[in-house]
Design a protein around this ligand. Structure first.
Ligand code: ZN
Length: 340
C-alpha cells in the first residue's frame, strides 16, 4: 500500500509500505476512505519533536472494514467505521471511567500511520464505532473530524465544564479550538469568546457559535477577556495550542473557581506554582478520550445536527501530502483532508 512517511523535519514522502496484517485476533484492517493532517503532525514537521526516519504519519481515520480477527465481535467486514486516535480496549477500569486515551492497553494509532490506504486497528471492538450504514460522501469529512479534532474539542469543552449560563473562552483557532467553539455551543454555553487573529478562522468560529472574537493575545488578550466579563474572567476556558503563552493566557482568562480544559499537546509548558495556587482554578485535560464521545458525535453528524467537517478547507490526494503539510505550516489551510 501507499502511505506517508516523514524522513526529517519538512520532508514527507508517499512511499510503498507493507500492507497491514491481522496481528492479534482483536485487530481489524480498515481500507481508509479519508485521512488528514493534524496540527500535532506539525510539531515534527517543524523540528520541535524528533523524527525517527522513516516515521509513518497520521492518526485520524475513517473507512470500511476489510478484515477482522477471530475475536472481533461488534465490528463486521463492510462496516463504515470511525476510530479514535488512541486504540483502547474500552473494558478496563480506566476506560469504563471514560478515559480511553489512557487505557491500560492504550495504543497510539500514529504508530500505524493512517495517512495511508490501509490501517490496522488494534482492539477493534473497543476502538471503532460503526455508522448506521455507508455515509453520504458529504458526511465523510465530518466523520473524519470526529476521529480526533472534534472529539478533542468536545473533551476540552466538557473538561472546562462549558454549559448553560457559562461564558467560555477558547484559546487557539486551529481545528481543535474551532470545534471547541462548536462543542461549547452544543453543550449550551451562553457566551463563547474565540481568541483569533485570522479573519477566515474568526468567520468559522462565529458560524460554529462564537458570540465574541478577541484578536489580542497574551496579557492584552487577557485584559480584553476581563473587560468582557465584568472583571472576573470566564467560567470555562478551552486551551487548544500547547505552548507556555497559550496555557498562561487560558489560566489568566479564567475566574477563580472556573475550569480550564487543556488539550493542546504540551510543549515546554511550566506552570508557576504560586500563581496557580492563588488562581483557585480547576485544571483538567490531556489526550482526549475521543472514544467516550464517539457514539454521540457520530449520531449528531449522521442526523446533520453538526457539520464539523467544515474545518477541512483543503483536500488533496494522498500523493500530494507534502503540499498539505506545507499549507498547514504556512497557515494557508486550517486542516487538510487526504484522499487515499
Ligand atoms: Zn481500557
Amino acid at each position: 500500500m501507499r502511505g506517508v512517511v516523514m524522513h526529517a523535519p519538512g520532508d514527507v514522502e508517499v512511499v510503498d509500505r507493507p500492507d497491514p496484517e491481522i496481528l492479534a485476533p482483536t485487530d481489524a484492517v480498515v481500507r481508509l476512505s479519508a485521512s488528514c493532517i493534524c496540527g500535532s503532525d506539525l510539531w515534527p514537521w517543524r523540528g520541535t519533536d524528533e523524527v525517527a526516519d522513516p516515521c509513518p504519519m497520521g492518526h485520524e481515520y475513517v473507512g470500511i472494514v476489510e478484515r477482522i480477527g477471530d475475536d472481533v465481535a461488534t465490528i463486521k467486514v463492510g462496516d463504515f467505521v470511525v476510530g479514535s486516535f488512541f486504540a483502547s480496549d474500552n473494558t478496563c477500569e480506566i476506560c469504563r471511567a471514560g478515559y480511553q486515551s489512557r487505557c491500560v492497553h492504550a495504543y497510539l494509532m500514529g504508530a500505524e500511520g493512517t495517512q495511508a490506504e490501509l490501517a490496522r486497528v488494534p482492539m477493534a471492538d473497543g476502538t471503532l464505532v460503526a455508522t448506521p450504514g455507508l455515509p453520504d460522501a458529504d458526511l465523510v469529512p465530518s466523520l473524519l473530524a470526529a476521529s480526533d479534532v472534534l472529539g478533542t474539542g468536545w473533551f476540552a469543552a466538557v473538561a472546562a465544564q462549558a454549559g448553560p449560563g457559562k461564558t467560555v473562552v477558547v484559546v487557539g483557532d486551529g481545528a481543535v479550538g474551532l470545534l471547541g467553539v462548536l462543542a461549547a455551543r452544543q453543550l449550551g454555553a451562553e457566551r463563547i469568546i474565540a481568541m483569533s487573529r485570522h479573519e477566515d478562522r474568526q468567520r468559522l468560529a462565529v458560524d460554529f457559535g462564537a458570540t465574541d472574537v478577541v484578536e489580542e493575545r497574551g496579557d492584552v488578550g487577557v485584559e480584553q477577556i476581563k473587560e468582557l466579563t465584568g472583571g472576573l474572567g470566564a467560567h470555562s476556558t478551552i486551551e487548544a495550542v500547547g505552548t507556555q503563552e497559550s496555557m498562561m493566557q487560558a489560566i489568566r482568562s479564567t475566574r477563580p473557581g472556573g475550569h480550564v480544559g487543556y488539550v493542546g499537546v504540551s510543549h515546554g509548558v511550566e506552570l508557576p506554582g504560586r500563581e496557580l495556587f492563588f488562581s483557585s482554578l480547576h485544571l483538567h485535560g490531556g489526550p482526549a478520550p475521543v472514544r467516550r464521545f464517539l457514539p454521540q458525535l457520530v449520531d449528531l453528524i449522521w442526523n446533520r445536527t453538526i457539520d464539523p467537517g467544515r474545518v477541512f478547507d483543503l483536500e488533496l490526494p494522498l500523493g500530494q501530502a507534502a503540499e498539505g503539510y506545507a499549507a498547514m505550516d504556512d497557515r494557508l489551510a486550517i486542516k487538510v483532508l487526504l484522499r487515499p
